[in-house]
Design a protein around this ligand. Structure first.
Ligand code: NAD
Length: 266
């Protein structure tokens, strides 16, 4: 059977760990050739690239800081040099620098915005330029697909994390405005908003049984998410199966955005 993303080229930022790693693996399993961006942990990105190559796919690992325009240009150049173009771009890189509001340093505000929001801007801008440069390809109905990795915190406020929520709230309107602007060119821009996914970014929320019990109170579906849950959503959003999905945030959160605190309360 033909794989859903056969013949397509995907680039995933922050692919050396967590959700980016899971998404890159899922896209490769669906037949895409993959550029794995990493910022730290070259060995983990290279290990995944080797694994994909050994199982008959194609992948390269490329270092870049998504907040650096020069790094973004070099990363897209490396992608085009190796694979000719790109069809699917997943702007996934992100980080948290948490603290109570009055104690938050300007550095911690700026690095989170630079990575989580400016990084999405630079990645998506380079993607749009590349889609336009190479024009239509027979591998997809769309000229190109961009997936922004957002968060349930694009809509759920989160005390102690104002830099992170500001960045993800920003991603929501960034994604929608960009989607509106480029949809006439058949470029589809959408977001995935994960709930609590088991990765290192949030390990203190699930790595003790007490923390996990508290976390599960926020998840109606009763389990913590896994990176594979996001990988499957990304494959669908990147494929022609979702060809009419434009400017939407797909919440993959076990119901976290259903406000479970209201169950039985009033
Ligand atoms: P993670 O820490 O494993 O992954 C984040 C990745 O971003 C890492 O690979 C890191 O190296 C990379 N990164 C950080 N700064 C970078 C930079 N300047 N340039 C390039 N890459 C950089 O955590 P994760 O949970 O896999 O997070 C991935 C994305 O998913 C983030 O955008 C995060 O906000 C989002 N998210 C995660 C969860 C969750 O529960 N894990 C929930 C909602 C949203």
């Amino acid at each position: 059977m033909e794989k859903l993303l056969a013949g397509q080229i995907a680039l995933v930022t922050g692919a050396s760990s967590g959700i980016g790693y899971g998404v890159a693996k899922a896209l490769a399993d669906a037949g895409a050739s993959v550029v794995l961006n990493y910022h730290s942990h070259a060995e983990s990105a290279q290990k995944l690239a080797d694994e994909i190559t050994r199982s008959g796919g194609a992948a390269i690992a490329v270092k870049a800081d998504v907040s650096s325009p020069a790094d973004i240009d070099a990363m897209f150049d490396a992608c085009v040099a190796r694979f000719g173009t790109v069809d699917i771009v997943v702007a996934n890189s992100g980080l948290q620098k948490d603290s109570a509001f009055a104690d938050m340093t300007l550095d911690d505000w700026q690095i989170v915005l630079a990575t989580n929001l400016t990084g999405q801007f630079l990645t998506a801008q380079a993607a749009v330029k590349e889609f336009r440069r190479r024009g239509s390809r027979p591998v997809s109905k769309a000229l190109g697909k961009i997936i922004c990795m957002s968060s349930v915190h694009e809509v759920i406020p989160w005390a102690g994390h104002v830099n992170y929520t500001a960045s993800k709230g920003g991603v929501q309107m960034f994604m929608k405005s960009l989607a509106q602007e480029v949809a006439p060119e058949r470029i589809r821009v959408n977001s995935i908003a994960p709930g609590a996914i088991r990765t290192r970014i949030n390990h203190d929320a699930w790595d003790t049984s007490d923390a996990q019990r508290k976390l599960l109170q926020l998840i109606p579906y009763g389990r913590v998410g896994e990176v594979e849950d996001i990988g499957k959503a990304a494959v669908w959003l990147a494929s022609d199966e979702s060809d009419y999905v434009v400017g939407t945030t797909l919440f993959v959160d076990g119901g976290m955005t259903l406000y479970p605190g209201f169950v039985g309360n009033g």
